[in-house]
Unconditional design. Structure first.
Length: 79
């Protein structure tokens, strides 16, 4: 953390470490979440894999609910 090696950490150094760590953790969490939902070894999430993931968690979504989630994601992708 002590970028200048002067025996103390200033505010800028502290912020840099906190932001980098938060960003790294956020990316890691997103990657884990994606792999939780993705079609095994395919690299993308299908409606079926999404529904199956919810079923494993004890939530049974209707096909309409799954379609709504997928359409929301597709809408976000376009914006």
């Amino acid at each position: 953390m002590d970028f200048h090696h002067h025996g103390e950490v200033n505010y800028s150094e502290f912020l840099a470490i906190c932001v980098d760590k938060r960003l790294a953790l956020a990316k890691q969490n997103l990657k884990l979440a994606f792999h939780h939902f993705e079609e095994p070894e395919k690299g993308y999430i299908t409606a079926e894999s999404l529904a199956e993931c919810f079923r494993r968690e004890g939530r049974h979504l209707t096909s309409q609910q799954v379609d709504e989630i997928m359409s929301q994601v597709q809408h976000e992708e376009k914006t």
